[in-house]
Design a binder for this molecule. Sequence first.
Ligand SMILES: [Zn+2]
Length: 69
Amino acid sequence: MRSLLRRCAKCGAYTLRKDVCPKCGGPLEVPHPPKYSPEDKYQIYRIKMKVMAGKMPVKEETRLKILSS
Ligand SMILES: [Zn+2]
């Protein structure tokens, strides 16, 4: 999903607005999107499958986190 967040190029404030900065009226830019490689994108699914199959020993807390993601 693409971020809806915009950042003011002038004062650096973050906003959900798409036109101008609510603070100073400066121009908005899309903040640097996080770098994704296709491998990273699918890694969570591979981990999830392993955890679900019981092939990866993880802490209960971590397991719940992974399964709910
Ligand atoms: Zn601003």
